[in-house]
Design a protein around this ligand. Sequence first.
Ligand SMILES: *[C@@H]1O[C@H](CO)[C@@H](O)[C@H](O)[C@H]1NC(C)=O
Ligand SMILES: *[C@@H]1O[C@H](CO)[C@@H](O)[C@H](O)[C@H]1NC(C)=O
Ligand SMILES: *[C@@H]1O[C@H](CO)[C@@H](O)[C@H](O)[C@H]1NC(C)=O
Ligand SMILES: *[C@@H]1O[C@H](CO)[C@@H](O)[C@H](O)[C@H]1NC(C)=O
Length: 423
Amino acid sequence: MYHLLCVKIILTILFLKICHKNVFSLHPINRTEKLISYTIPEKRGLKKAFGYDEDTYLNFTELTTKYNYPSEEHTVTTEDGYILTIFRILAKCNAPSRHYPVLLMHGVLDSSDGWIIAGSEIGIGFVLARNCYDVWAANHRGNSYSRKHVRFDANIDPEYWDYTFDEHGNYDLPATVDYVLQNTGKAKINFVGHSQGTTNFYVMNSLKPQYNEMINLSIHLAPVAWLKNTESIISIIAAQGSGLIKQFLSDIGIREFLGKNHIIHVAFEALCQLVPDEICGTMLALTVGYVQGTINPKRISVVFGHVLNGVSIKNADHFGQLIRSGKFQRYDEGISGNLKRYGRQHPANYNLSLVTAPVVLVSAKSDWLSSVKDVKILCSKLPNLLENYEIPLAYWSHHNHLWDDNIKEYLFPKMFEYLNKYN
Ligand SMILES: *[C@@H]1O[C@H](CO)[C@@H](O)[C@H](O)[C@H]1NC(C)=O
Ligand SMILES: *[C@@H]1O[C@H](CO)[C@@H](O)[C@H](O)[C@H]1NC(C)=O
Ligand SMILES: *[C@@H]1O[C@H](CO)[C@@H](O)[C@H](O)[C@H]1NC(C)=O
Ligand SMILES: *[C@@H]1O[C@H](CO)[C@@H](O)[C@H](O)[C@H]1NC(C)=O
């Protein structure tokens, strides 16, 4: 049934694309014009009146304040002008922190909030701080905390959105690592990434191998590199048309998809207050194989106030290319674009032999996106793999690593086994 629905959506988009070309070609859209924006201003009073759980709309700083974990807000500017926000949760323990700082990198459509919205008991950011770690939660370009640029306006300039996870790895993550090291005076960091956050890590350490030296240990939850065997139905179907969809959306002036406070996000946020498992649980089930009911529905309501935090259309197309090609390679700009950008006709593969920093992978049987088969390919390429730990529960999927109550038993012991050993 869902397959059929997706096919219909794709056909509709293709149909519109054809109409757009043929029927409206007399008035070609001036591509330098303003972007279309669907952003709805946040109305907290209204949310409060409708009985939303407060954590749904509190931001990072407000959440850490509420749960009594002192935090700081930092900004860093990347080499190519993007201004990013990094949050820091100070170690909450009596002794001074003796560990390397931990840098957290979120996944696609997520932000730093993903590490704390599970609450003070199991939110990974809070748990690390309680265990005496100095926690830094990054935000890549384009999410609601990192929408500024020295020249471009994210709401107006299409150039702002001309990036994929390649730029997250090549610019955002290195700038963030540099900043954390400089600010803390430490020689290395520990890295914990989720989903695309791990992709960013492979990109950084292969394109800028000097960063391997700055990583003491890295833990990768739901790692994403090869997507040859992905079982995510929506991703597979969308991937088939991702180039066309990108072209179509860019023609009508859309460069950002599923942004925070865009119409779709606001609708999900509202519906998921009422029927979290039916609506948002189903959405997660379709995209990543989430088994409904395994994350507390109240938490799902809170999560959907924070996620759907924007992806550039070009980034979505880059993932589509990975699915279609079965390769883990740089963005394919087309032959002339590739010659201009890379000096070669076809994009290069990311060379995982260069990712020499120690890596622990944490994977899961029911994760459709980061499938067990694709994680195996990744394992075979990583030169310094310490372990691929597969969560021993059949239902575990992509987001259970962040928000499932069982992470206390199934993730934290493994995480701290390595963090403690490596410090
Ligand atoms: C498109 O719009 C911009 C700004 O409004 C204008 O400067 C430019 O000349 C237009 N280009 C075309 C091809 O109409
Ligand atoms: C978080 O919310 C507070 C209070 O509304 C606001 O002052 C602050 O600027 C917000 N922080 C960010 C990073 O958006
Ligand atoms: C990580 O840090 C520990 C403690 O300082 C050290 O013994 C170990 O060699 C480091 N490992 C790497 C890969 O830097
Ligand atoms: C990948 O990196 C390794 C290690 O430096 C190197 O030996 C190999 O030639 C590289 N592969 C490609 C395809 O560039």
